[in-house]
Design a protein around this ligand. Structure first.
Ligand SMILES: Nc1nc2c(ncn2[C@@H]2O[C@H](COP(=O)(O)OP(=O)(O)OP(=O)(O)O)[C@@H](O)[C@H]2O)c(=O)[nH]1
Ligand SMILES: [Mg+2]
Length: 218
């Protein structure tokens, strides 16, 4: 139900089919290995809750909407929660093309999910728009004892590919709102033709606002 993302018309919000008013809408897709916490991250952001207990793997693709107020502009994020399982890959490939932003997740307690990031990036390169807004997230940082991927490893990989990076926890909520807000700010800025406004810098914003281990480094 998202309208085409034409120029903003403040004061003339669109009415979504769910009865939600918004000025501009974007599609954000979550990708990464099965079990890294994509669905939990989305549920945490949307409902402020954590899905503990039995892991229910996503089948195909799922949708959730949320309207955010970004500096006085109502930004609707239509969020696509993809299945990480290999057997659904052909289903999710079809959605990449329409995504304005991608959140690429790995699980800091699962080395394989981190090692697979490069394969995910290759897939993104193949199927997504070349200018898609992309952010790397290392999830489950609440599980300190099970951690096998160091924060520095995530930072290094992100730097190598020029990606903004944060560690998150769907369980505690750490940096979850921030990740989606940062993406919304970036997309809003890109869609607005106001050269007078200082350019929003996703990298700097995430670095400045992100919480976590950065507090403890020298
Ligand atoms: N400790 C901890 N557990 C988490 C976190 N996020 C998710 N989990 C757990 O990890 C498991 C997988 O989470 P999901 O969100 O369903 O994973 P997914 O990436 O959507 O997996 P697929 O749908 O198969 O692609 C569940 O048992 C969650 O409870 C987190 O931040 N911390
Ligand atoms: Mg899922």
């Amino acid at each position: 139900d998202a309208p085409p993302n034409g120029p903003l018309q403040p004061g003339r919000p669109s009415l979504g089919s769910g009865g939600d008013f918004y000025d501009v809408a974007f599609k954000v897709m979550l990708v990464g290995d099965s079990g890294v916490g994509k669905t939990c991250l989305l549920v945490r952001f949307k409902d402020g809750a954590f899905l503990a207990g039995t892991f229910i793997s996503t089948v195909g693709i799922d949708f959730r909407n949320k309207v955010l107020d970004v500096d006085g502009v109502k930004v609707k994020l239509q969020m696509w929660d993809t299945a990480g399982q290999e057997r659904f890959r052909s289903v999710t490939h079809a959605y990449y093309r329409d995504a304005h932003a991608l959140l690429l997740l790995y699980d800091v307690t699962n080395k394989a999910s981190f090692d697979n990031i490069q394969a995910w990036l290759a897939e993104i390169h193949e199927y997504a728009q070349h200018d898609v807004a992309l952010m790397l997230l290392g999830n489950k940082v609440d599980s300190a004892h099970e951690r096998v991927v160091k924060r520095e490893d995530g930072e290094k990989l992100a730097k190598e590919y020029g990606l903004p990076f944060m560690e998150t926890s769907a369980k505690t909520g750490l940096n979850v709102d921030l990740a989606f807000t940062a993406i919304a700010k970036e997309l809003k800025q890109r869609s607005m033709k106001t050269p007078s406004e200082p350019r929003f810098r996703l990298h700097d914003y995430v670095k400045r606002e992100g919480q976590g281990a950065s507090c403890c480094r020298p």
